[in-house]
Design a protein around this ligand. Structure first.
Ligand SMILES: Cc1cc2nc3c(=O)[nH]c(=O)nc-3n(C[C@H](O)[C@H](O)[C@H](O)COP(=O)(O)OP(=O)(O)OC[C@H]3O[C@@H](n4cnc5c(N)ncnc54)[C@H](O)[C@@H]3O)c2cc1C
Ligand SMILES: *[C@@H]1O[C@H](CO)[C@@H](O)[C@H](O)[C@H]1NC(C)=O
Ligand SMILES: *[C@@H]1O[C@H](CO)[C@@H](O)[C@H](O)[C@H]1NC(C)=O
Length: 585
C-alpha cells in the first residue's frame, strides 16, 4: 500500500528537479528554435537570439548583472529588414558594454515564438524595448524608438542605463555618479573606488549632455588599468584646470597632481587614453558586420527580356507557404482570442480559400473563353489537399459561437493539416518569390500572388454565375489584411487605399472581371509608392505590372490596354507552376 504514493512522490520530485535545472538561458552564440529564417547570424554578430524557450529565463533571471535591449522583428517585414543594418551597427557600438547591457533579438514571425511575443504586447515591427537589470515581468520593458541610426540607439540606451543606475546604483556597474568636489577634497579622494591595480584616472567634464555616460561605459572594460569618472562643469576642478569647453577630459597618474593629458572629448579620446595606459593596445571595438551580400549577377531585363520573363510565374509552393503563415502564424500571433470583427474576417477569408483556392492549373490558355473550355488543366496535388484543410477549418468555425481561442485554432489547424498529410511545404524554398538576396521578397510576395490568384480563380469558377457578388472576394482579402497582417504600416496603407484613396466599392467593382482589375490597380499603386525603397530587390524592381518584357501588347501609346492586361492576368494567374517534390528540402 505504501509503495504507490512513494512512487508518485518520487516521480513528482524528479519532475521538480528537472524543472529547476531546466532554466534555458540564451548565450551570445545560441541558435534559436523555430522554422523561420533569422535577420541576424547567431554567433557572428554581438546580438543574442531569444526564443519562446529562453526569453523569460534570460530576461527575468534574478541573478543576472545586465540589462537587455530586445528587438522584436518579423523576418519578412520590410521595415525590419531596412532597420537591421542600424541595429547591427548599434550592437557593435555597445558590444563592449556587455557587463552592463546586452543586445538581443527575437523573431516574432515564427509561430514558435507567438506566445512570448503576445505576452510582450508586440503590436508592430520592429519594436524595441529596454529591460532593466531587475526586470521580472513583461511589463518591465520600456519601449525605445527604432531610429535609423546606431548612434541614436546607443544614446537612448545610455540614458536608460543612467536612469536605472540613479535609482539602483549597483556596485558591480561603473560608477556613474558625478565626482563630488569641495574645497576640502584632497587629490587622493578623487581616486575613491578606482581599482587598486589602476594607475590612471580619467575625468570627463560635461554639462549634462550624456557624453560622460558613454565614455565611462567604454572605459569600464579597462578598469583594472584606468578608472573613469564623470564631473559637472560647475565643479571647482574646472577652474583649477582652466577648462573652458565641454565635454572635456583630463587624465591623471596616481601620485601626480599634474594632468598627464587634457583635451576636448572626441571620438578618438578613448584610443588616446588606452595608448597611454597600454601602449600598442587597440581599443576592442568589434568591426561593424554587414551581411555578406551574395555577389550575384543580376539579369538585365532590357538586354535579356526572355530570361527575365522566365523568372515570373505563379507558384503553388509560394502560395501554400504564404497561406500557412497567413492562417497559422499570423492568426496565432495577433490575439489570444479571435472574436467580433476579427472572427468574421477570419471566417470570410477561410471560406474564400475553401471555395476558390486553385487546385487546378491551366496551361497554354489563350483567350479567356479558351481558358475555361479548351486549355489543358492539371491537378495541383498539394493544393487539392490544402483546400480540404481550408474546408475543415471553415466547418470548425461554423461550430464556434463567434469566438475561438488562438490556441484552439492552432491545435485544430495542426491536427487537420496532419490528417491531410501536411500539404503546406513550409520547409521548401520560395520559388518565384525568392529574392536575389535573403533580405528581399518572400512572404509578402507570396501573399500578393495568392490574392491575385484568388480573384482570377474566383472569376473562372463563377463565370456562369450571374448573381455572384464580385466585391465579396475582395472584401474577404481586405478583412484578413485588416485583422491579421502583421506588417502594421502595410495594413494601414492598404486600408487607407482601399477605403479612401481608391475605394473598394460597387462603383468600381461591378462586373466579375472588375475584381481582377481592381486588385491589379491597387497593387500597382503600392508598387509605385515602393519604387526605389530600400526593400526593393534590384532583380525584381517595382514595375507597373506587367512590364513590357512580360506583355508587350499590354502597352499601347504609353498606357495600359485594359483588355490586353485583363487577358494577360487571367493567363498568368491561371497557369500555376506545381510544387515539385525536389523543392521539398
Ligand atoms: C496588402 C499588402 C500591403 C503592403 N504594403 C506595403 C507597404 O506599405 N510598405 C512596404 O514596404 N511593403 C508593403 N508590402 C510588401 C510589398 O508590397 C512587397 O510584397 C514586397 O516589397 C516584396 O516585393 P516583390 O518584389 O516580391 O513583389 P510583390 O509586390 O510582392 O509582388 C509579387 C508578385 O506579384 C506580381 N505583381 C506585381 N504587381 C502586380 C500587379 N499590379 N498585378 C498583378 N500582379 C502583380 C509579380 O509577379 C510580383 O513578382 C505590402 C504587401 C501586401 C500583401
Ligand atoms: C520542416 O522541418 C522541421 C524540422 O526542421 C520538421 O520538424 C517538420 O516536420 C518539417 N515540416 C514539413 C512539412 O516537412
Ligand atoms: C482584432 O485584432 C486586432 C489585431 O490585429 C486587435 O487590435 C483588435 O483589438 C481585435 N479586435 C477584437 C474585437 O478582438
Amino acid at each position: 500500500m505504501g509503495a504507490l504514493p512513494l512512487c508518485v512522490i518520487y516521480a513528482l520530485l524528479s519532475i521538480c528537479a528537472v524543472m529547476v535545472t531546466d532554466a534555458a538561458i540564451s548565450t551570445m552564440t545560441y541558435v534559436p528554435q523555430g522554422n523561420n529564417p533569422l535577420l541576424y547570424q547567431p554567433g557572428a554578430e554581438p546580438i543574442m537570439h531569444l526564443d519562446q524557450a529562453t526569453f523569460a529565463d534570460t530576461i527575468f533571471d534574478p541573478t543576472k548583472r545586465t540589462s537587455f535591449v530586445v528587438e522584436y522583428y518579423a523576418d519578412w517585414c520590410g521595415h525590419c529588414r531596412a532597420f537591421a543594418p542600424y541595429y547591427r551597427e548599434f550592437a557593435s557600438l555597445v558590444a563592449s558594454w556587455n557587463e552592463v547591457t546586452r543586445v538581443a533579438a527575437i523573431n516574432c514571425a515564427d509561430s514558435f515564438n507567438a506566445p512570448v511575443c503576445r505576452d510582450n504586447g508586440v503590436q508592430y515591427f520592429p519594436m524595441i524595448k529596454y529591460f532593466p537589470r531587475h526586470a521580472a515581468t513583461f511589463n518591465d520593458g520600456i519601449p525605445l524608438e527604432a531610429s535609423h541610426s546606431g548612434v541614436n540607439l546607443r544614446d537612448q540606451v545610455s540614458h536608460k542605463v543612467l536612469n536605472e543606475y540613479s535609482r539602483m546604483p549597483y556596485p558591480d556597474w561603473p560608477n556613474f555618479h558625478y565626482l563630488d568636489v569641495t574645497r576640502n577634497t584632497r587629490y587622493e579622494d578623487l581616486w575613491a573606488g578606482v581599482s587598486d591595480t589602476a594607475n590612471y584616472l580619467v575625468i570627463i567634464f560635461e554639462q549634462y549632455d550624456g557624453a560622460g555616460v558613454e565614455f565611462v561605459l567604454n572605459l569600464y572594460p579597462y578598469r583594472a588599468l584606468v578608472g573613469g569618472r564623470r564631473a559637472l562643469s560647475s565643479t571647482p576642478l574646472v577652474q583649477m584646470l582652466q577648462i573652458t569647453s565641454f565635454p572635456y577630459v583630463a587624465m591623471f597618474k596616481r601620485g601626480d597632481q599634474q594632468a598627464v593629458f587634457m583635451g576636448p572629448y572626441s571620438t578618438t579620446t578613448l584610443q588616446e587614453v588606452i595608448n597611454r595606459v597600454q601602449p600598442g593596445q587597440l581599443v576592442t571595438m568589434p568591426p561593424v558586420i554587414t551581411t555578406t551580400a551574395r555577389k550575384i549577377d543580376l539579369v538585365d531585363c532590357d538586354k535579356d527580356p526572355e530570361r527575365c520573363a522566365g523568372m515570373y510565374f505563379a507558384s503553388e509552393t509560394d502560395m501554400l507557404k504564404a497561406m500557412y503563415s497567413a492562417l497559422h502564424d499570423e492568426v496565432v500571433r495577433a490575439n489570444d482570442r479571435v472574436e467580433g470583427q476579427n472572427f468574421t474576417n477570419l471566417y470570410n477569408f477561410v471560406s474564400l480559400l475553401a471555395e476558390h483556392f486553385p487546385s487546378l492549373t491551366f496551361a497554354n490558355s489563350g483567350t479567356r473563353r479558351r481558358l475555361v473550355r479548351q486549355s489543358t488543366s492539371m491537378v495541383l496535388k498539394k493544393s487539392e489537399r490544402a483546400r480540404m484543410v481550408f474546408a475543415h477549418m471553415k466547418q470548425y468555425l461554423d461550430q464556434k459561437p463567434g469566438v475561438v481561442s488562438a490556441n484552439d485554432w492552432k491545435n485544430q489547424f495542426e491536427s487537420i493539416e496532419r490528417v491531410y498529410g501536411n500539404p503546406f511545404p513550409v520547409n521548401a524554398t520560395w520559388q518565384h518569390c525568392s529574392g536575389s538576396a535573403p533580405q528581399y521578397r518572400g512572404y509578402t510576395c507570396g501573399l500578393w500572388t495568392t490574392f491575385h490568384t484568388l480573384t482570377v480563380h474566383t472569376y473562372m469558377d463563377t463565370i456562369k454565375n450571374k448573381k455572384m457578388n464580385p466585391l465579396k472576394p475582395l472584401k474577404a482579402i481586405q478583412g484578413w489584411v485588416n485583422s491579421f497582417f502583421g506588417c502594421q504600416h502595410c495594413k494601414n496603407h492598404f486600408m487607407h487605399m482601399t477605403t479612401t484613396m481608391f475605394p473598394m466599392s460597387e462603383r468600381r467593382v461591378r462586373h466579375s472581371h472588375d475584381m481582377v482589375m481592381y486588385l491589379w490597380r491597387a497593387h500597382n499603386i503600392v508598387n509605385n509608392r515602393l519604387h526605389g525603397d530600400v526593400t526593393e530587390d534590384p532583380q525584381f524592381t517595382k514595375y507597373q505590372f506587367p512590364p513590357v518584357f512580360l506583355c508587350p501588347t499590354c502597352h499601347a501609346g504609353g498606357h495600359f490596354s485594359r483588355r490586353q492586361v485583363r487577358n494577360y492576368l487571367l493567363r498568368y494567374y491561371a497557369n500555376i507552376r506545381p510544387h515539385h517534390w525536389s523543392h521539398n528540402l
